[in-house]
Design a protein around this ligand. Structure first.
Ligand SMILES: *[C@@H]1O[C@H](CO)[C@@H](O)[C@H](O)[C@H]1NC(C)=O
Ligand SMILES: *[C@@H]1O[C@H](CO)[C@@H](O)[C@H](O)[C@H]1NC(C)=O
Ligand SMILES: *[C@@H]1O[C@H](CO)[C@@H](O)[C@H](O)[C@H]1NC(C)=O
Ligand SMILES: *[C@@H]1O[C@H](CO)[C@@H](O)[C@H](O)[C@H]1NC(C)=O
Ligand SMILES: *[C@@H]1O[C@H](CO)[C@@H](O)[C@H](O)[C@H]1NC(C)=O
Ligand SMILES: *[C@@H]1O[C@H](CO)[C@@H](O)[C@H](O)[C@H]1NC(C)=O
Length: 456
């Protein structure tokens, strides 16, 4: 048991966030979740093995701490007991969720669970609407540390008057001028779970799976620790399939919303598909590098037993994890050098942003994504990179975050070979290895400076 004081802390200029004494939610969450690999084929053994493997492979020591049960864990027939408590499926979880959780916590890990802000989950298992208090208390008694709160089976009377879903422009209804989405029914439904969670004697990370609805980034910080920004991900590069959106669609949307994330509140671009489906090795690398540097929660979604060494190496990249978990700089990477506006996700989902810049305690970082179907060279002029251009030097040590080796010392520009759909992960320090520009953060940039200055 941990004693925790958490509060809805109000900061300067009315910005508020859920702040816990133990730091829960200050940095993006890291862990593993069952959905992407197992869907409903889950049981106690799956999670116990995942816990053991997280420890054995060293992933726990790198920060992957949550073991998250996704949809389908409850009893679809009996649903609730005589005290109104959700009943776990006794075939899947013969010792209840508590029995499993005790073992997971004993491994030094944390346990996550899934519920829904409607009357049923997406697979029509019991939801938490109208049962928020008893469910929050039940999860706390079971020892749960993380709640993924989904958005399916919402009754008609709880639908927004002015719907906004980023991947469903067809459903959009224009709100009145200066409409405040924090009074939308979506926001109210998520606050109905936030409040009982905050009154618990246990800190439960609140992960809002709201698909970017009712522009959640405008009120998410005062409601949860992270908020899904789009529809579901699927293990494809470009395009989409009936279950979700490929990585490129997510990246384009993320590039537009890079400035909506910070300490205590994170954009969530969905669980990792690294190692899954049709993603190539290079595509898995780009997916991980950009999720990490966009400060999205890093929730592994692949089978860990028998995982390929090259895929494990991606998930274990210490430098990318350190960027994601930086305790000093909370900005996401920012797109730069754009030739034009970021492509609308639903308009053309094969083209994506190639240049990103960010900062961490280790230096200034540039990420170059080769979105072409051919391998090629990518170059940057240091005078075009906001964090480098405003530093006091033009000569930098350029370091490769994939290999952990330096490329060497470069003045004015740098060129690197990047395979199709791979991402070069570069760190810049001064010639004596210092941070070249500790005062600079992407959010200081003026919005119009992100576009390429064609005069240069
Ligand atoms: C909360 O948990 C702490 C630590 O276990 C315990 O000392 C305290 O009595 C609990 N408070 C309530 C109200 O249950
Ligand atoms: C538990 O689930 C896994 C993965 O779906 C399956 O391989 C295994 O047979 C199941 N075990 C039991 C006891 O049902
Ligand atoms: C419980 O889980 C088992 C094994 O996955 C499944 O066959 C059964 O339909 C589930 N029962 C209920 C009531 O949800
Ligand atoms: C959330 O609030 C915290 C604390 O005020 C702040 O540091 C952070 O930037 C906010 N995040 C967002 C996305 O607004
Ligand atoms: C989408 O972008 C690709 C790459 O730039 C281009 O080849 C294609 O013609 C575009 N498709 C549409 C429908 O605009
Ligand atoms: C990012 O957000 C901050 C705080 O709202 C704002 O001052 C800044 O102009 C934004 N930067 C860009 C490039 O949009």
């Amino acid at each position: 048991m941990r004693a925790n004081v958490h509060s809805l802390a109000v900061f300067a200029v009315g910005v508020s966030a859920i702040v816990s004494e133990d730091g829960t939610g200050r940095l993006p969450a890291m862990g593993w979740a069952s959905w992407n690999e197992y869907a409903c084929d889950i049981n106690e053994t799956v999670f116990l093995r995942v816990g053991e493997v997280l420890v054995d492979l060293g992933l726990k020591d790198l920060g992957y701490e949550y073991v998250n049960i996704d949809d389908c864990w409850s009893d679809k027939m009996k649903r609730r007991d005589e005290n109104g408590r959700i009943m776990p499926n006794a075939t899947m979880f013969p010792r209840g969720i508590k029995g499993l959780t005790d073992d997971i916590l004993a491994m030094g890990l944390k346990m996550g669970i899934h519920s829904d802000s409607g009357t049923g989950t997406c697979l029509k298992y019991e939801g938490s609407l109208y049962h928020e208090k008893v469910d929050a208390e039940t999860f706390a008694e079971w020892g749960i540390d993380y709640l993924k709160y989904d958005n399916c089976n919402v009754p008609e009377e709880w639908e927004d008057d002015y719907p906004y879903w980023p991947d469903r422009p067809d459903l959009f209804v224009e709100p009145p001028p200066r409409y405040d989405y924090s009074i939308s029914k979506n926001a109210i439904r998520y606050r109905r779970m936030r409040d009982p969670l905050l009154s618990l004697n246990r800190t439960i990370q609140f992960s809002m799976c709201i698909w970017g609805g009712a522009p959640v980034e405008r009120w998410g910080n005062e409601t949860g620790h992270s908020w899904r920004m789009y529809g579901d991900i699927t293990p494809l590069w470009g395009g989409r399939d009936p279950t979700g959106w490929g990585v490129v669609a997510m990246l384009n949307q993320a590039a537009m919303h890079w400035n909506d994330t910070g300490f205590w509140g994170h954009n969530d671009w969905d669980m990792l598909e690294v190692g899954n489906g049709e993603l190539t090795y290079e595509e898995s690398r780009s997916h991980f590098a950009l999720w990490a540097t966009m400060k999205t929660p890093l929730i592994i979604g692949t089978r860990l037993e028998g995982i390929k060494d090259e895929i494990l190496a991606i998930l274990e990249n210490k430098e990318l994890i350190a960027f994601n978990q930086d305790t000093v700089y909370d900005d996401s990477v920012m797109p730069f050098n754009l030739d034009g506006p970021i492509p609308e996700t639903t308009a053309n989902i094969t083209r994506t942003v190639s240049h990103y810049v960010g900062t961490s305690v280790a230096g200034i970082h540039v990420f170059l994504l080769n979105g072409d179907d051919e391998d090629g060279e990518m170059s940057i002029e240091f005078s075009e990179v906001p964090g480098l251009e405003s530093s006091k030097t033009t000569t930098f040590i350029v370091h490769d975050m994939w290999t952990g080796e330096d490329f060497g010392l470069f003045t004015s520009s740098f060129t690197v070979d990047v395979k199709s759909h791979d991402t070069a992960t570069l760190r810049f320090t001064t010639s004596c290895g210092r941070h070249p520009n500790p005062e600079w953060m992407p959010s200081q940039t003026q919005p119009d400076e992100i576009l390429r200055k064609s005069a240069r």
